[in-house]
Design a protein around this ligand. Structure first.
Ligand code: G6P
Length: 615
């Protein structure tokens, strides 16, 4: 995780780097630092805390002049978050300064070697080891910085996106990437470096995304030179035109990104199926599926790999694929799958789901599946991300940037894409009739407006949040398609309010969680009309007889649950397989309001990060 930013050009670097770090705080926010070259020396300031703390400290501490600089926002891996462990890190001579996103796995062995050679270390980080290794190579081999970085990185095991400069050669920054993302913005006689394009979007639309095992030497007034780390060979980089705009990455009047993103869902879902769902022609067009239809139709099974909220979207997909397309599905935590020696064959199709497209475990699971000959299809939000590039084919969710750490619109748009895929395969396999198919398309098209309607419950959800905000535990129950929604509802609450919450299949409640129920336990039960409704109503009765507080998520007009529950939140009616797209909405709002009422940092909850590039 961690976010990195750099600048070299004709403008003052400081404001660009600070603003850039703020945009990258979703990647980590336990400490931050910056190093600027002011024309004679390096000015470095770093601190535990957020970028705003750095800003406050820095403006009193050092001069912020200079047209070259690097900055970092950290999510600690090696060493607790404190001032010393924050980046940037100096080399022993004080000539080199580095920022790093990733983990150097063999840092301990390298550190011992360097200590033998007289190097000393101030921090507990792997990054300080790396900058000294580069310095050591530079001295011993008497080489330029770029060559020293290349040689040093060949001794390193792990993942990195780094930016390093030498105060004796203050007209270049050397960057390199393996496993963690790194984009270079190409401006007019100026260059930007960042973990994603958001820090430089108002300056340039042209960017190079470094590939794994590539490095670049970025010189003032020169072209960027991209090389392979392994053998130093020159690479002709692909300069991509960015589609992102500034408005998409700003709050647009909302108090938090999370709330903005919750409210963006009608549009995001519409954007996801635009040009793909053609209800008049009764067609679904997804190039990644059409081009690989044979593989999907011949598949013995589909294995979904993902983490976090994306894993929950995978669980919803299991129901949709099995129900509509009659293809067996297994849903795996990428972190378990990659280390389990799983049985994978060439007849398996693997679907990897990831908002960021950078999650280290998901990426490793993809590589494993590919090495065993499986066909791997990606469902990602971030265009050009590592997972999007690593997979054999894929479909983007087109949700737009998701900045709040707790995922919202990514989840509903992932479900939307997966539904389109399941329907397309169902049609191709003939497991759904043409009239059913058409009916599903028409229903899916109505979902954005229904999500909008579901959002109208916001005021009432706030009232409920106020009543239960001090509860110590929450239970979320759902069945069938809405079981994964219960898991997701519980995860959202945990992530941003730090209240313990569990999601359970409603019928499993009697095998354990029922013991927790008393008059202090709020139980959120998803009880929409389609799908095991009567059975869920029985579960509600079981909770009621144990005095649990019931918050029912029901279909509009429902009367039975209203009689039993303490509160009901209505969502519009739809076909069963699409209900998760609606029932999720009040659960997102409930967590959001509880967290706000408890004074939590909704967009940057403690210990979490949006893009988890460490395993
Ligand atoms: C982190 C985020 C979650 C996300 C998960 C998987 O834990 O905080 O919101 O669901 O990573 O991320 P991905 O980008 O692969 O969907």
């Amino acid at each position: 995780m961690c976010g990195i930013v750099g600048y070299i050009g004709h403008r003052e670097a400081y404001p660009i780097i600070i603003k850039g770090l703020q945009r990258l705080e979703y990647r980590g926010y336990d400490s931050a630092g910056i190093a600027l070259y002011d024309g004679t020396d390096i000015k470095l300031s770093k601190t535990k805390g957020k970028v705003s703390d750095l800003k406050e400290r820095l403006e009193n501490e050092i001069s912020t002049n200079g047209t070259l600089g690097i900055g970092h926002t950290r999510w600690a891996t090696h060493g607790v978050p404190n001032d010393i462990n924050s980046h940037p890190h100096y080399s022993n001579s004080g000539d080199l300064v580095i920022i790093h996103n990733g983990i150097i796995e063999n840092y301990d062995a390298l550190k011992k070697e360097l200590i033998k050679r007289g190097y000393t270390f101030k921090s507990d980080t792997d990054t300080e080891v790396l900058v000294n290794l580069i310095e050591d190579v530079k001295k011993n081999e008497n080489t330029k910085l770029g060559k020293a970085v290349q040689i040093a990185l060949n001794q390193v095991v792990g993942a990195y996106a780094i930016a390093v400069f030498d105060k004796k050669k203050p007209n270049e920054i050397v960057v390199a990437k393996l496993g963690s993302p790194l984009a270079i913005g190409i401006g007019d006689d100026e260059f930007f470096i960042a973990s994603d394009a958001t820090p430089f979007i108002e300056f340039t639309k042209n960017a190079i995304y470094l590939e794994d095992e590539q490095m670049a030497i970025i010189r003032r007034h020169k072209e960027v030179k991209v090389r392979k780390i392994k053998n130093d060979a020159l690479v002709d980089p692909y300069v991509q035109e960015l589609q992102l705009n500034l408005e998409q990455i700003e709050k647009g009047g909302y108090e938090h990104f999370m709330l903005k993103e919750i409210y963006e869902q009608p549009q995001a879902i519409r954007d996801t199926f635009r040009g793909r769902l053609l209800s008049n022609e009764a067609l679904i067009k997804l190039a990644g599926i059409e081009d690989n239809m044979k593989k999907f139709l011949a598949a013995d099974r589909i294995i979904v790999v993902a983490c976090g909220t994306s894993w929950h979207a995978g669980l919803v997909a299991e129901y949709i694929f099995e129900d509509l397309a009659r293809i067996p599905v297994e849903v795996e935590y990428a972190s378990e799958f990659r280390y389990r020696n799983p049985v994978i064959t060439e007849k398996d199709v693997v679907i990897a789901i990831s908002q960021s497209g950078e999650t280290a475990d998901t990426l490793a699971a993809i590589k494993l599946a590919k090495s065993k000959g499986a066909f791997v299809f990606g469902v990602c939000n971030v265009v050009g991300s590592s997972i999007a590039r690593e997979t054999d084919a894929g479909a983007y969710t087109h949700a737009g940037p998701e900045i709040g750490v707790a995922s919202t619109k990514a989840f509903t748009t992932q479900i939307t894409v997966l539904t389109l895929i399941a329907l397309r395969l169902a049609r191709a396999k003939g497991t759904i009739s043409s009239s059913e198919f058409r009916h599903h398309l028409i229903e899916l098209e109505t979902i954005p407006n229904k999500v909008k309607e579901a959002l109208e419950s916001d005021g009432y959800v706030q009232t409920i949040a106020d009543i239960y905000k001090d509860a110590k535990n929450f239970l979320y129950l759902g069945r069938g398609y809405n079981f994964p929604v219960a898991l997701e509802g519980a995860l959202k609450l945990k992530e941003i309010s730090y209240i313990h919450a569990e999601g359970y299949p409603a019928a499993e409640m009697k095998h354990g969680p029922i013991a927790l129920i008393d008059e202090h336990m709020p139980v959120v039960v998803i009880a929409t009309k389609k799908g095991h409704y009567e059975k869920v109503v029985s579960n509600i009765q079981e909770i009621k007889s144990r005095k649990g507080k019931i918050i029912g998520i029901v279909t509009k007009g429902d009367e039975s649950v209203k009689e039993l529950a303490d509160h009901v939140i209505e969502v519009p009616e739809t076909i069963e397989c699409l209900t998760p797209l609606l029932t999720t909405i009040p659960l997102q709002l409930l967590s959001y309001h509880i967290a706000v009422m408890l004074g939590k940092n909704v967009d940057q909850p403690r210990n979490l990060a949006k893009s988890v590039t460490v395993e």
